[in-house]
Design a protein around this ligand. Structure first.
Ligand SMILES: [Zn+2]
Length: 485
């Protein structure tokens, strides 16, 4: 927080003790411990910037459900205060510093606010805390420290989970995946070329401001001249001529009012203008621009890095596309939007056990043979082993297929039909087909996906005959597996 400069002889309000008035200590001077509320009051009260105010709070009366009159005090917006006199007394800080402090307090607000703000830059090792937003629920992402000893900072949107609307968070990803991308983008806009443009734009603004200031000065001079003229006229009039004197006094008053209004407007204009940079400062900025990447990587002060990022970046909306891709929509303070795609790393187990080449080979072999045992054998024949040094087994292949959504193909030999195809062909129900398979009336083969029944076309009539002669009531089905081909 910025403090101080004028009123050096007065006591600094941020010392260990502060002054307190009111209550039972009314009229006495008491020094007390500086606490949160008192510090906030000092920062938000313009009194310390030499401003006299009246009407910061207003009382409102209303009638409650019990018919009683209730008086409530509400804080008023600054522009609604009826009395606001600047430079009224000696100040601890200048008015500009007070305004800076007020703006920073507004941006650091961490409780509920109608306008979402990034919150204060904190000490944590993540750079984008407070400016990342979820594209699914529109909430701010929070930080979670994952890993065994909580050493891996992770961004997570857990609002819906916290509210009990769903069982899991919208998404989460490691901070070291997104941070370097934004860091790089920020450093790239701080290049000497970009700063040159900014400094030359600032020079243009300065030129325009000085031209405007001249106009305002001339306006004040004109009003000063008019006021002086009215004063001279009034002073020259014969006091006996009371009516003329009264009229001239009125005109003098009116000119003085116009002069004071012109001065006030000029002051307002000056306050709204940017402070101009000296030539040496501009040179310093340009020299620093060359060293930005070096300085950026050298500094370990994450608070400063976050503040720099916030000066340039308004917010970043994050969307997760599929399992392994992040889309960052970065909105610069200028309003421009830039998109970045970031690939998320595979989790460590998948990286270790099943590299992409192995997964692709499993996909090919499955398409070819449709049997996990054969696939595993093929790997073992080529002496390919898993990352843990073990030979491949049927279960390992099955797991790879499950993880990477590789379905088993249905490999049918000639004249083989599925259960439903047999049911349609012989106009019987699928239950009856299973029943005949179990009773060994039909020759079948069991694959991992389904049962296949062999029906030769020349045997069609014989099959129909066999089905007609087969027992219609449920026979005792032997526990023995059907004969497979
Ligand atoms: Zn969300």
């Amino acid at each position: 927080m910025v403090t101080s400069q004028t009123g050096a002889e007065t006591k600094n309000p941020f010392d260990r003790y502060t002054q307190s008035y009111g209550g039972r200590w009314q009229g006495k001077l008491v020094w007390d411990r500086l606490n949160y509320t008192r510090a906030l009051n000092i920062l938000s009260h313009p009194f310390y910037a030499g401003v006299y105010t009246f009407g910061r709070h207003k009382s409102y009366k209303s009638i409650n459900a019990q018919g009683e009159i209730v008086v409530q005090t509400r804080r008023q917006a600054m522009n609604e205060w009826p009395v606001f006199i600047k430079d009224h007394h000696l100040s601890y800080i200048t008015y500009e510093v007070f305004e800076l402090n007020r703006q920073r307090c507004l941006l650091n607000k961490s409780n509920k606010s109608s306008v979402p703000v990034a919150g204060p830059a904190r000490e944590g090792a993540t750079l984008l805390q407070g400016i990342l937003y979820c594209n699914q629920c529109g909430r701010r992402l929070t930080i979670r420290y994952a890993g065994k000893d909580g050493s891996i900072p992770t961004y997570e949107c857990n609002w819906r989970k916290r509210e009990g609307l769903t069982g899991k968070s919208c998404f989460s990803f490691r901070a070291d995946v997104a941070d370097p991308v934004v860091e790089k983008a920020v450093i790239s806009v701080l290049t000497p070329a970009h700063l040159d443009i900014a400094v030359s734009a600032l020079e243009q603004v300065e030129k325009r401001n000085s031209a405007l200031n001249r106009q305002w000065e001339m306006n004040v001079q004109r009003h000063q001249y008019q006021a002086d003229l009215a004063q001279r006229r009034f002073e020259q009039v014969d006091p006996a001529n009371r009516l003329v004197a009264a009229s001239l006094e009125k005109s003098w008053n009116s000119e003085l009012e116009k002069l004071s209004e012109a001065k006030r407007e000029y002051e307002l204009q000056l306050r709204q203008q940017q402070k101009s940079l000296s030539a040496s400062k501009k040179q310093e900025i340009k020299a620093l621009a060359d060293r930005i990447p070096e300085l950026w990587s050298a500094t370990t002060n994450f608070k400063d890095k976050k503040r720099i990022i916030r000066l340039l970046v308004s917010d970043i909306t994050v969307a997760k596309i599929g399992d392994k891709l992040l889309l960052l929509k970065l909105r610069w303070q200028t309003g421009q939007v830039q998109e970045f795609q970031v690939s998320l790393p595979l989790n460590i187990a998948d990286q270790l056990r099943y590299p992409k080449a192995i997964v692709e080979q499993v996909r090919e072999l499955t398409k070819l043979y449709g049997d996990d045992r054969i696939t595993a054998d093929k790997f073992n024949q080529q002496h390919i082993i898993s990352a843990t040094g073990k030979p491949f087994t049927e279960e390992m292949i099955q797991w790879i297929r499950f993880k990477h959504h590789i379905p088993l193909p249905l490999i049918k030999f000639e004249h083989e039909l599925t259960v439903s195809e047999v049911a349609t062909r012989f106009s019987i129900s699928t239950h009856m087909v299973y029943y005949y398979v179990a009773a060994n009336v039909l020759t079948s083969r069991k694959t991992r996906k389904c049962i296949l029944i062999r029906v030769n076309p020349q045997d069609d009539a014989a099959f129909r005959q066999a089905l007609d002669n087969a027992p219609k009531a449920a026979p005792r089905i032997s526990k023995k597996e059907p004969d497979y081909v």
